[in-house]
Design a binder for this molecule. Sequence first.
Ligand code: C2G
Length: 131
Amino acid sequence: MNRIITFGTYDVLHIGHIKLLKRAKSLGSHLIVGVSSDELNRDKKGREPIYPLKSRLEIISSLKFVDEVFVEDSLDLKAEYITSHNADILVMGDDWEGRFDHLKKYCDVVYLPRTPSISTTEVIEIIKEKA
Ligand code: C2G
């Protein structure tokens, strides 16, 4: 059965993350998650994650439908990550639509619809307002 790989910061875990990971797992039998390092998150999002890498790795690996986690150090190492993990399908939310099509020579590439109106940034804003 298919080995699925996906990537993300997965900071302040929310339902959009859970729905993406569950749908990714439903496409195969083994789900591997590349969790972005704190430095990569700083490069991608221009801020420190709320939860440090160690916590984000433990949270994601504790999900029953996640089989394996590793540290994603760069957005440009996907071909290496895909081949070293023998992944058959790369799954990402469709905010990345088209961005990984060049990897189709290594594995299938599937973009899934994002869950609307939830993001780590929005959760942070809500907490700031309510606190
Ligand atoms: N996601 C989603 N719905 C949301 C929010 C996020 O489906 N409401 C998906 C994203 O599309 C992504 C995954 O959940 O596939 C993780 O989201 P982030 O932690 O924001 O990851 P991102 O910053 O997009 O990092 O190498 C790729 C990057 O590391 C992806």
